[in-house]
Design a binder for this molecule. Structure first.
Ligand code: ARG
Length: 505
């Protein structure tokens, strides 16, 4: 795939001579832009800058967000017994690992960035790819960023107020500020964003280690009354189980992160599988142990009624250092949002390069080599969402829609086995895994609708179909809205961006 550089150089400030470097000139022919000290990259484009540590941090650091600190109570409430909830946490870990294994194969067969988008495009053609990028760039990705930053904000004010609902204005303000900071970090440099990801991942792993160490200590001191092995009180209703799975799977979500940036991973055939096979089991073990640890100090009833299990646990375990727990949640969710910001911009970038989104979204900052316009676009949508919507509404919509596409992408794996039988597959999953995952996603998508048909599902289906209405004029017939060229020129002048070099695309 190549960037649709249908660019008229008389209108565009930066033009790209197909990999021969970026020329800087404006319409008057004078050079405008960076000072002499600043090096302009010869070939504008995203480079392979993410190594194994960065890759593991991208997966682990996005998966561990606020979910594990907040959802255990809700999940327990849905299934009714401690051990059924632990079983669900284990199963969610296995399911996510299966999903990620299928994605390793997909990532090596279709080595472009963009995950689901690129796989659907390759297996089922442009309409399915477009539908995904439509829903994902406008809803799923910005929603993940908004949800994480709202959590950052809530946990930053939590230690100072009685009820976070009383200070909604302040919460939204902090949320918007965090989105700005993330955007800045990611526009600044790929290296900086990766370093931030690594540091925050280490921080959250330390927090989790503290929780688990506390749990082990309490267990050895005989605090096992909440952990008696029994499934008494379990609620096996299929709708409840689906909803419990959603809570668990939300905490594990992010297992597909690396596939969005395949083109930026160093030695992807080696590092992608390694990062997944190290990261996923690590997260699953942490999650199960964290749940057990919570139960050493918190009764199931308290867990169900507490809005934040981690804070309660921190208060009981850490005494005067209890503030460390909300602080850890802030760091954890901020890191998770950073990972999502990083990858969602790559989705925009790839889809725009393919001609499925406006051209300028694949433009790259000529000095810093970051997809700055895509990053800013994502953040803008995320800010709008954070301002008008509430977290729970966002999470519900997210999970339902996300699983439609996870299922579809894994179906693409099956299709590609037939369509490209001879493709290089250094990592081939046993075929039962993708079949199982497709069935599971069908269950996850259908169960809540059958159980409690609510209008929201219809809205989300309509929104997806809305993609088709946009596809026909704008992608199929290449309709360009008046003013698009002017806007592109303006953005180039304003943000020093250029289309990626063909050689890099
Ligand atoms: N698992 C994360 C959490 O528990 C949420 C991840 C959302 N998904 C994503 N791709 N960023 O907070």
């Amino acid at each position: 795939p190549q960037c649709p550089i249908s660019i008229d150089s008389s209108k565009h400030v930066y033009t790209n001579a197909g990999g021969n470097g970026t020329t800087l000139s404006n319409r008057n022919g004078s050079i405008k832009g960076p000072s002499e000290k600043v090096k302009i990259e010869e070939n504008v484009g995203l480079k392979r800058e993410v190594g194994l540590t960065g890759s593991i941090a991208m997966i682990v650091g996005t998966m561990i967000g606020s979910g594990i600190f907040v959802t255990p109570g809700g999940l327990l409430g849905k299934v009714g017994s401690v051990w059924l909830s632990i079983v669900i946490w284990i199963l969610c870990g296995i399911v996510s690992t299966f999903g990620a294994m299928a994605y390793i194969e997909l990532g090596t067969v279709v080595p472009s960035s963009g995950a689901e988008y690129s796989y659907l495009l390759e297996a089922f053609g442009p309409v399915s790819g477009f539908m995904f990028c439509w829903v994902s760039t406008l809803i799923l990705k910005p929603a993940s960023i908004a949800i994480a930053c709202l959590a950052v904000a809530q946990y930053s004010v939590d230690p100072f107020v009685d009820d976070v609902k009383d200070v909604e204005g302040a919460t939204k303000f902090i949320c918007v500020v965090s989105i700005f900071i993330l955007t800045y970090i990611n526009c600044r440099s790929v290296k900086l964003a990766t370093q931030v990801q690594i540091i925050f991942t280490i921080a959250k792993l330390v927090a989790i280690a503290v929780i688990i160490a506390g749990g082990i200590y309490k267990l050895t001191n005989g605090h096992t009354e909440n952990l008696q092995f029994t499934f008494k009180g379990s609620n096996w209703h299929f709708g409840n189980l689906a909803s419990a799975f959603y809570s668990g799977l939300w905490a594990y979500d992010g297992w597909n992160q690396l596939n969005y940036i395949t083109e930026e991973i160093k030695e992807p055939y080696r590092n992608l599988p390694r990062a997944v096979l190290i990261g996923l089991p690590l997260v699953a073990v942490c999650y199960v142990l964290v749940n057990i640890s919570f139960l050493t100090l918190i009764s199931p009833e308290e867990m169900i009624s507490s809005p934040s299990v981690a804070t309660l646990y921190g208060n009981r375990l850490l005494g005067i250092f209890s503030f460390l727990m909300p602080l850890s949640v802030v760091l954890s969710t901020f890191g998770s949002a950073n990972g999502t910001e990083f990858t969602s911009a790559r989705l925009c970038y790839v889809a725009s390069r393919e001609g499925h989104l406006v051209d300028f979204l694949c433009y790259i900052d000529v000095i810093r080599n970051t997809p700055s316009l895509a990053l800013m676009f994502n953040s803008l949508v995320a800010i709008l969402m954070a301002l008008v919507l509430d977290i729970n509404a966002l999470i519900d919509f997210f999970s339902f829609t996300a699983w439609i596409f996870y299922g579809a992408a894994i179906a693409a794996l099956i299709r590609l086995r037939y369509k490209l039988p001879d493709a290089y597959r250094p990592f081939k999953v046993p075929i039962v895994i993708p079949y199982f995952m497709v069935l599971l996603s069908a269950y996850l998508v259908a169960a809540p609708i059958i159980d409690d048909p609510s209008i929201e599902y219809l809205y989300s289906a309509l929104f997806m179909l809305g993609g088709l209405v946009v596809y026909i004029p704008f992608v199929q017939y290449k309709l360009v809205l008046p003013g698009t060229n002017k806007l592109t020129v303006f953005l180039q002048l304003m943000f020093n961006v250029a289309p990626p070099s063909l050689s890099d695309a």
